[in-house]
Ligand binder design. Structure first.
Ligand code: HEM
Length: 496
């Protein structure tokens, strides 16, 4: 009996391994498979070599390759022209249908980030236009961000030049400035909603433990959900979805029907006016779409901006010589001491060194090292390869941002690389891709740039930032679905 069991087990293992190590088509891109069951996921779990390994993929396998990510053979695009070409092509514009994605919105597949096809186009078009109408780029929004920036400055003044952990210190400012633009409501700093939202948004983004395993090895999530932390993840994401669903429902019930003054009310008005049952704005589906869209833009917009601010201040603290140049520029353009004026978005052109420092921080601290997974919507022949329908594809943005041939000294923090020779203007590069490119490009790029500029400038008008004596500088990020800086201590010393 025991022998039969062993034989059956061996047979099952060899069938599993032959499937695991086999490519789906002779012309499917070749690449890294690694250990059975986890494959490349090894580098997510044991984080030390994650970034170096992504950089190596291009050196070893070229511009297009594949990696075995848990149960999936995922295609990696390692070169910027390849990424741009693919992300512009409609066949590459789908999103993953993994179980873990559906769990986060109680089985409903709507909204933006994980949606595709007709529904997505409808939601994307409305969201882009309405966010623009009600906030992005408007003077009123600029003032709201500035108010938050000043609150942030005040909160750092209160640290009295003592070392502080910066980990989640930018979360509230980032969440609040966005929340008020989108919902028309301002959250007080002691409102429990803020802390509940931030807690779950961070969970969504870090995804560093069981959740990522459950996403990519679904049978483990089914077999031992407690052990890998899957149940915990499910509870947490369901909590955030219920939050947004209740929020959407409440706003629908209290909608006055008058002229909408913010994104949420404009969305509700669209739901109320939609009579076509096939529309993603119709009835209950419309309410769920609103909840998912809010969940999406808050997940995508809050932690990304906060993590980028973390990188900016950390890298500036590690490079006092760059801070000096930034201070000089800020003093010259905005004045200093009692004569200084607050920055406005139009000052971005007049403060190229600040912009360059932000861009260089976004390159060196690339928070989305492999972007978000895309999915092929049909079988496709691409640059000599065959990629079947429903294959997951990532852009290896970090390998582009750390490419020696493109940047010369990619591991050095040198903001001047983004300045023209006379240092008077910003120069951009086709291979600088922090917000990705093409059909699924970041929807909040312009808001993010404005926020980063206003927050950074206000903080640098006030503080010289230092790494406490004796503390180590740890460039290696913490990896989840994003790469966030380690939770390090910094000193914020008043400049005047
Ligand atoms: C520094 C800040 C940010 C960075 C670095 C960033 C980066 C990215 C990246 C790399 C993607 C994936 C694109 C792809 O799949 O090819 C993305 C998608 C997205 N981002 Fe951002 N983002 C930031 C801030 C924001 C903000 C403030 C919003 C708020 C509206 C936002 C909303 C979105 C949305 C909705 C998507 C999904 C787009 C789609 O699926 O079509 N992001 N972002």
């Amino acid at each position: 009996m025991f022998l039969y069991f062993c034989a059956a087990l061996l047979a099952a293992i060899s069938i599993y391994c032959s499937h695991f190590y086999k490519y789906p088509h002779p012309r499917f891109p070749r690449g890294y498979i690694g250990l059975p069951v986890i494959g490349f996921l090894y580098y997510f779990i044991f984080q030390n070599n994650f970034i170096p390994m992504l950089v190596k993929l291009k050196e070893i396998y070229g511009d297009i390759c594949s990696v075995q990510l848990g149960s999936y053979k995922v295609v990696m695009l390692n070169e910027h022209n390849v990424i741009r070409e693919a992300w512009q092509h409609p066949a590459f514009a789908g999103r993953s249908k993994l179980e873990g994605v559906l769990v986060r919105s109680s089985g409903f597949r709507g909204g933006i980030i994980f949606n595709d096809g007709e529904d997505l186009l409808e939601q994307q078009k409305f969201t882009k236009k309405t966010l623009k109408d009600f906030g992005f780029g408007r003077k009123s929004m600029e003032n709201l961000i500035l108010e938050e920036a000043l609150e942030l400055v005040q909160s750092f003044r209160e640290t009295n030049s003592k070392p502080v952990y910066t980990g989640h210190r930018f979360d509230i400012a980032s969440l609040n400035s966005f929340y008020v633009v989108v919902t028309g409501e301002r959250l007080k700093y002691d409102d429990p909603t803020i802390h509940q939202l931030i807690h779950v948004l961070n969970k969504n983004f870090e995804l560093s433990d069981g959740a990522i395993i459950g996403f990519l090895i679904p049978w483990l999530a089914w077999l031992c959900p407690h052990l890998i932390g899957w149940n915990k993840y499910v509870l947490e994401v369901q909590e955030i979805f219920s939050f947004w669903l209740n929020f959407a429902q409440h706003r629908l019930e209290t909608f006055s029907g008058s002229y909408p003054e913010n994104f949420v009310d404009a969305y509700i008005q669209r739901i109320v006016e939609t009579k076509d049952p096939s529309s993603s704005f119709y009835g209950d589906i419309g309410v769920k779409s609103l909840a998912t869209t809010l969940q999406d833009i808050f997940v995508a917009g809050t932690e990304t901006t906060a993590a980028t601010l973390n990188w900016i201040f950390f890298l500036l603290a590690a490079h006092p010589e760059v801070q000096k140049k930034v201070f000089n520029e800020i003093n010259t353009v905005l004045g200093s001491g009692d004569d200084k004026t607050l920055p406005t978005i139009s000052d971005r052109l007049r403060l190229p060194m600040v912009e360059a420092a932000i861009m260089e921080s976004m390159r060196l601290g690339t928070i989305a090292p492999i972007g978000l997974a895309h999915r092929t919507m049909e079988d496709i022949h691409f640059r000599g390869h065959f990629i079947p329908k429903d294959t997951l594809i990532h852009s290896n943005i970090i390998s582009v941002h750390f490419d020696v041939k493109l940047w010369g000294d990619p591991y050095v923090f040198r903001p001047e690389r983004f300045l023209t020779a006379d240092t008077s203007k910003i120069q951009n590069f086709r291979y600088f891709l922090p917000f990705s490119h093409g059909k699924r490009k970041c929807l909040g790029e312009s808001l993010a740039k404005d926020e980063l500029f206003l927050f950074t400038t206000c903080m640098l008008q006030e503080f010289r930032i230092k790494i406490p004596a004796g503390n180590k500088i740890l460039l290696r990020p913490r990896i989840g679905i994003s790469a966030v800086p380690q939770n390090h201590q910094l000193v914020f010393e008043p400049r005047n």
